[in-house]
Write a protein that binds this ligand. Sequence first.
Ligand code: SAH
Length: 569
Amino acid sequence: MARMMNVPAPAIVILGTGALDTARRIQACYPGAQVHGLQGRVEADIAYAELSVHLRELYARGTPLVVLCAAGIVIRCIAPLLSNKGAEPPVLAVAEDGSAVVPLLGGLAGVNVMAREIAEALDVTPAITTSGELRFGTCVLNPPDGYALSSLEQGKRFVSDLLGGESTRVEGDAPWLDDAQLPRSDSARLAIRITPAAWDGRTDELLIHPKTVVAATGVVDGSIVERVRLALDAHRLAPLSLAALLAPVEHMSNAALADAAIVLGVPLRFSSVAASDAEPERLLETAMRMPYEALHGETDVALALTRAPVDPASVGHARGRLTVVGLGPGDASLMTPAVRSALSAATDILGYETYVKMAGPFRADQQVHGTDNREEMQRARHAFELASIGRTVAVVSSGDPGVFAMAAAVLEALETSNNAQWAAVELDIQPGVSAAMATAAQAGAPLGHDFCMLSLSDNLKPWGIIEKRLRHAAEADLAMAFYNPVSRARPWQLDKALDIIREFRSASTRVVLGRDIGRPGAALTHTTLGELRAESVDMRTMVIVGSSLTRSYSLHGNREWTYTPRWYK
Ligand code: SAH
């Protein structure tokens, strides 16, 4: 059986060089698949630091996993996520030498199909344990994309009847069953029926609905779900045969529509018709790219019924989404789950090369657009161009996207464009752990009282403004976090800034330097304003200058802490 549509390429995960050969043979079966190797032990396509963390991350993103190590290790790594009944990607353990292929999880996501494919490539027999699968060579309860099983309960009963010795007819178009070793007989009592029609109460059938119905609505209010259900009902169509909800493009940012699509469990698509021409039939005519039969409901909803399942991506276009995400300082554990899921949902990822790399690995179906750091406005406009044609775009920043980063550039690009299509994009900004927060936490709590964040870069603001703000902040006795303290093009600015602060604060003022915090080679330094030299600071450093009350200590030879008390005297 062919692999199902839209299944992302698997991650092939290995722990050492001994598995590399087998991994490459498996990789050859799956275009876009990458081999993930344990850092320092084996060179592969993608490096990871810790097996369990990495597997859990990939699993949570829905990435199929082929792990070349003991099944027990894989089970223990994934176990904490198993009570959470979400979509379950296929998970397989494969022996390093390729002698065993064990499907572990993802029965309804095609794990056995993958086990057969991999076993064939390795010339072994897969360890399939699913009884229906063993008998019929396919999981009858797992129809491919574009089809939905009417009822799992009914399905289980049906399969156990088959296992009990009954045979079945197949009524309707089920190309994926052609190669299955089903006990078929035209006179069988049981039938597998493929139809968009709703269940008519018969219990001797396995009912599978092809997603062959698109519902178009011109009216957008709280009654959409009800009206779509009435229209389906009027034509005796099963709700599960619905493939997409279609609406006029002028309502792209309408919340009732978005909610309705969620309740109906289908993608929301838009038809580019003029506002005056938003009759539901017109929407279908404009958006459908395949022949269909038009069915009118008496409910301001029109239905299109097609012969084969509809790929929703081929109906009109989606509402584009643009999410500006903060990756945190670097360490994957400091990235929020919301950012992680925005990255996993993205069709396109934009950002400075280094940060895009930090945000990965990405699937083969995700497009990565890395650019030079300085092209921020251009990148922001590019993001809107992609999102306004229906793509799901993530723009990445390190730390927090609102702190000297992409979120402001994106909002400025939108405002200055005054573009209606860009404005209709679903724009969302997801925060991250900023470098000042990450550095402060490592050092203790130097920002434990009033503080300010300043960028010392005079690329986008005159140096005079920076001096003025430094003076005021120093005079106000605020603790300060300096971003962009120096760069090759700005060699003298930090010394000048420190001179200004030294006018207001004593040489014993506490200073914390964090370099590459949350990244490999991280370094933290506790020092003082008097000892601080510009040479110990570079563009990857966060400089935190304490207030007059910031203090440091190291108790009984333990690590040094720097903090600013919560009180003031
Ligand atoms: N949006 C980012 C800041 C971008 S400005 C954030 O919220 O963190 C870039 C500056 O941030 C660098 O020059 C450096 O001063 C600081 N920085 C970013 N990442 C850092 C890290 N991992 N460790 C120390 N400083 C960092």
